[in-house]
Design a protein. Structure first.
Ligand SMILES: [Mn+2]
Length: 250
């Protein structure tokens, strides 16, 4: 049996003339393709519109692992800040759903992977904070982390990876990654540790101290075709589930 991976969907909240009804949930194909190629069974979890607590428990009980994908900014109120004028779009309903899913999945010790917004949400859920825009970090040497208009399949800036971390066997101690974010981790939650940083000190990968939760700031899902090592991140995530299952049985 393939491990069932619950992928947290985004909500399309803006009208678009292309569709008769433009309110829908979505997950980019690349996220589904990466989980499938790793041997997982992807299941999309739509943001709850009603009965949040009940739905959260039922969704998490149905899946083996949880995958928090990229998306809009998180509401800064979640880490005690008012919105900066540099804040982008937020989706409070998605924030609430994802945080509730995260907390319950964590209680169940289900493996969790977060990418970009997903990694940042993990940090918020564990009690950390973000810079609402990287210009607020006051670093004179800040790199270009949005890489636009360069295509997302291009690896632009370097990261340094901690020796003996989960990521080092996959990417080595130095690797180039893509970068499509304007928010960064500020205060890292005490339950988390840094796995990789860029040369300007931005946190580019994390892991929980109990090794059950992992996150990356870059986007391996867009790189699997051009850099095989990026698929390894998803392969490891699916393997994490197999070992979690055997622990549960044993
Ligand atoms: Mn970056």
């Amino acid at each position: 049996m393939r491990p069932i991976v619950g992928i947290l969907s985004a909500e399309m909240n803006h009208a678009d003339n292309q569709f008769i009804d433009s309110q829908f949930e979505y997950v980019q194909n690349v996220n589904i393709a990466a989980i499938t190629a790793a041997g997982g069974l992807p299941v999309v979890l739509p943001v709850a519109k009603t009965d949040l607590d009940e739905l959260v428990n039922e969704y998490v009980d149905q899946v083996d692992e949880l995958f928090f994908i990229g998306g809009e900014d998180s509401d800064p109120q979640l880490y005690g800040e008012q919105p900066s004028k540099l804040l982008g779009e937020i989706d409070q309903r998605r924030d609430a759903f994802e945080l509730a899913i995260y907390q319950y999945a964590r209680q169940q010790h289900k493996p969790i992977l977060g990418i970009c917004r997903g990694m940042q949400l993990i940090n918020i859920a564990e009690g950390g904070s973000l810079y609402q825009d990287l210009s607020l970090a006051n670093s004179k040497l800040m790199l270009k982390h949005d890489q636009q208009p360069t295509p997302v399949e291009t690896e632009t800036h370097q990261i340094k990876i901690k020796p003996n971390s989960w990521l080092q066997p996959l990417l080595g101690e130095e690797h180039r990654v893509n970068s499509v974010h304007h928010q960064i981790i500020h205060q890292l939650a005490p339950s988390l540790q840094v796995t990789a940083t860029s040369n300007d000190g931005v946190i580019e990968a994390i892991e929980s101290r109990d090794h059950e939760v992992r996150g990356v700031q870059f986007h391996p899902e867009w790189l699997t075709k051009t850099d095989e090592s990026m698929q390894e991140i998803f392969n490891l995530f699916i393997k994490q589930c197999s070992s979690w299952r055997s622990d549960a049985v044993g």
